[in-house]
Write a protein that binds this ligand. Structure first.
Ligand SMILES: Cc1cc2nc3c(=O)[nH]c(=O)nc-3n(C[C@H](O)[C@H](O)[C@H](O)COP(=O)(O)OP(=O)(O)OC[C@H]3O[C@@H](n4cnc5c(N)ncnc54)[C@H](O)[C@@H]3O)c2cc1C
Length: 428
């Protein structure tokens, strides 16, 4: 069964100018989305790729909805860091399992064969670096060969390869990897062997809010809606609103590598739209308390420090100004009992570096132009987040998996049909 990190995700896809936004009176455009991506990525990304992805994001979500019946709705009860408007689209359960199941069903309906239990162990390329096929290995050790006229690498990045993480992202070498274990960097290794260009290899998506020890994602809504984090000493330590990706390393740098998300019942009600959050509650990861004193006791935190953290956040909410970390709580109500808390840690979700591609998702060579018939999308391709964890704008992962994936499919089909005669292939 297909799963991957997509099945582990919350399944939220950012897209601009969609009918889902229009119906809620939200005005957005590809240009505004592209500007948000570039700003968060510290202007490190290729503007041409960003523009194409932002432009095609709306049509990709509407194509999945209108042509293939995906029942998307817009997440419209909290803001994601870095997005100037609300543009996260999700399926009813807000879970990646639902997204991957619908993708699989759609592939079935289109009679697109999917081979399970088949690990690709190598590519066959000729002297011109035209990919002629792949070698797969079955669980019983049997090897098989498949010819191809074009190949799209959609095998994500190298989060599941500790040696590659240590080499490219040393700050996360000891962090828990929270993505799919099968993502062991094959696209990068094959690309290197073919002389492909690698880009932004130190970039990654982390998350600073994974329930510990339960291992369940706690949505960043609990922070963005007016919650905050304290460390095991009960003290705040950062501007949590900058983004959940960069917060992974910040939380891991705290004593014991742990923190507590602090919020209240109003915020929990918003978070409950996420399947993950409901699971976390069922597992007992979400602690409830009627008073700050009871909360300190249940979390085993020093009372005076926790009271001071609450006081500081309340003061910031009352003045609407920036606090000592530079965070503004403007428009966020004061927390009120019953209070909620989750013990969390930071984790590596997926890598953002990968094969450099052009605006048709064709893999670029280190020297020269594109490889003749090799495409990459999702985590196999370099993302649009630049070289730093802080460059990751919420949703950049599924954005390039879906939008660049659709572009790659279209480009590969054009190539095979002879749309691009200069690279037209003959025979398998
Ligand atoms: C907990 C969590 C929550 C997330 N939430 C979101 C979110 O809400 N929105 C968002 O935009 N992003 C989110 N992300 C990131 C997002 O999941 C990924 O960016 C996205 O799923 C990448 O898609 P992909 O198709 O590139 O890879 P995957 O979905 O990981 O698929 C790659 C597949 O390729 C397989 N594979 C690898 N190598 C081989 C090989 N040699 N042979 C055969 N198969 C191979 C893997 O086993 C895997 O099944 C989240 C990530 C995590 C971990």
């Amino acid at each position: 069964m297909p799963c991957g990190s997509t099945a582990l995700s919350a399944g939220l896809i950012p897209a601009a100018g969609t009918r889902f936004q229009h119906s809620l009176g939200i005005s957005d455009s590809a240009a505004q989305f592209a500007a948000d991506i570039r700003r968060k990525a510290h202007d490190e990304t290729d503007p041409t790729i960003v523009d194409v992805i932002a432009r095609e994001s709306g049509m990709t979500v509407e194509w999945l909805a209108d042509r293939h019946g995906f029942p998307f709705t817009l997440v419209n009860d909290f803001d994601y860091p870095g997005h100037s408007v609300r543009r996260m689209h999700g399926l009813p359960t807000r879970s990646g399992v639902e997204l991957i199941d619908r993708l699989r069903q759609t592939a079935d309906q289109q009679e697109i064969p999917i081979l399970g239990k088949a690990t690709v162990v190598g590519l066959f390329a000729d002297a011109e670096r035209v990919i002629r096929g792949v070698e797969i290995i079955r669980p019983n050790g049997k090897r098989e060969w498949l010819g191809c006229q074009a190949l799209i690498l959609a095998c994500n990045g190298y989060g599941g390869a500790p040696d590659l993480v240590a080499r490219y992202i040393p700050e996360m070498r000891d962090a828990q990897y929270f993505g799919h274990a099968g993502n062991t960097g094959d696209a990068v290794l094959w690309g290197q062997a073919l002389g492909a260009k690698l880009l932004h290899m130190s970039g990654y998506q982390g998350h600073g809010s994974v329930a510990h020890p339960h291992g369940v994602l706690i949505t960043w809504a609990v922070i963005m809606e007016g919650g905050f984090q304290v460390n095991v000493m009960g003290e705040r330590f950062s501007d949590e609103s900058r983004g959940y990706s960069e917060q992974a390393a910040v939380v891991l740098a705290q004593p014991e590598g742990k923190a507590f998300d602090i919020f209240d019942e109003r915020i929990a009600a918003i978070a409950r739209q996420f399947e993950d959050f409901r699971q976390a509650e069922a597992l007992g990861a979400v602690i409830e308390a009627a008073t700050i004193g009871q909360l300190a006791e249940r979390l085993k935190l020093p009372l005076s420090a926790l009271v001071e953290s609450f006081r500081e956040v309340e003061a910031a909410k009352r003045t609407s100004g920036a606090d000592r970390f530079g965070r503004s709580f403007a428009g966020r109500p004061l927390l009120s009992p019953p209070f909620k808390a989750v013990r969390v840690t930071g984790a590596l979700f997926h890598t953002q570096g990968g094969l450099a591609v052009d605006d048709e998702a064709r893999v670029l060579a280190e020297q020269g132009a594109q490889l003749p018939n090799l495409f990459a999308a999702g985590g196999a391709a370099a993302g649009v987040s630049g070289s730093l964890a802080s460059g990751y704008l919420s949703g950049n992962g599924l954005l390039t998996a879906t939008v660049l994936g659709r572009i790659a499919g279209r480009s590969a089909a054009n190539l095979v049909r002879g749309g691009n005669r200069s690279t037209r292939l003959t025979g398998p």
